[in-house]
Design a protein around this ligand. Structure first.
Ligand SMILES: C[S@@+](CC[C@H](N)C(=O)[O-])C[C@H]1O[C@@H](n2cnc3c(N)ncnc32)[C@H](O)[C@@H]1O
Length: 234
């Protein structure tokens, strides 16, 4: 508030109303980057054991994945770890196109660098940790292996604007707009995301979140109240 030259809350609210730049700065300051690898560990086990093998079996062309509100990339690299593990057991693995988006460019810069604290890795087994990360000498930070960075594109994107692609086979929309936005904006953002999920595609929301409106277009998957499959026909 003081950085924008306002002395009272009233003046600041008026400034927010009138000045797009102040609004944008404020929005970035309010973003929360908390995340970690394999957050909701059971979900990632199911992704590796059934959800992804299922998609792989039905597809020969590229599989496209969107992590919307990816913060510093933990979710995206978690997916790449699952993909890599499956590449060792699947006889044919199609190509992948993975898009990580966030409105905060500073988070995306950190995602590109792929350097994480031990806290971000706490859900990982020691085997996964040593296979996919190297520890910076003398430091308590871990760097993802370069091989995991292949096929990822990182893009700045606001979830109230047009999505960065179409026909995604898997969309992660976890712990962002569905937690932090008011109802009206949740619905607007969610409609946009849903419109770009391929028929039969999988949508994963946060484990404490819910779909903001009734829709027959999505059906629950397995025992998870936060994993959905889009109907194949409308
Ligand atoms: C708490 S993190 C969640 C990261 C990851 N999806 C997870 O579940 O671990 C929320 C992220 O959503 C981003 N975010 C919030 N509102 C957004 C919006 N309108 N458009 C794009 N990203 C947004 C924030 O910048 C932040 O990086």
């Amino acid at each position: 508030m003081t950085a924008s030259g306002c002395r009272t809350m009233g003046a600041f609210l008026a400034e927010l109303e009138q000045n797009h730049e102040t609004r944008q700065t404020c929005e970035l300051l309010m973003t929360v980057s908390i995340s970690r690898f394999f957050r909701d560990r059971r979900l990632w086990e199911t992704l590796e054991k059934t959800l992804l093998p299922d998609i792989i079996q039905r597809r020969s062309e590229k599989i496209s994945v969107w992590s919307a509100g990816c913060a510093c990339g933990d979710e995206v690299y978690s997916f790449m770890i699952v993909r890599d593990r499956l590449s060792k057991t699947c006889s044919h693995l199609p190509g992948f196109e993975v898009t990580g988006t966030d409105l905060n460019p500073a988070y995306l810069q950190r995602a590109r660098a792929g350097i994480y604290s031990a806290a971000s890795l706490k859900e990982l087994t020691p085997e996964i940790r040593s296979e996919y990360f190297s520890q910076k000498p003398g430091k308590k930070v871990f760097q993802v292996k370069d091989s995991l960075k292949k096929d990822i594109s990182w893009r700045i994107h606001h979830l109230l604007s047009d999505p960065p692609g179409r026909d995604f086979d898997i969309v992660f929309l976890r712990n962002s707009v569905l937690t932090y936005y008011e109802e009206k904006l949740k619905k607007r953002a969610f409609e946009k995301v849903l419109s770009r999920l391929a028929p039969g595609g999988i949508l994963i929301i946060g484990s404490h979140e819910s779909i903001p409106f009734e829709t027959s277009d999505l059906a629950g998957v397995e025992a998870y109240p936060y994993v959905f499959r889009r109907a194949t026909e409308k």
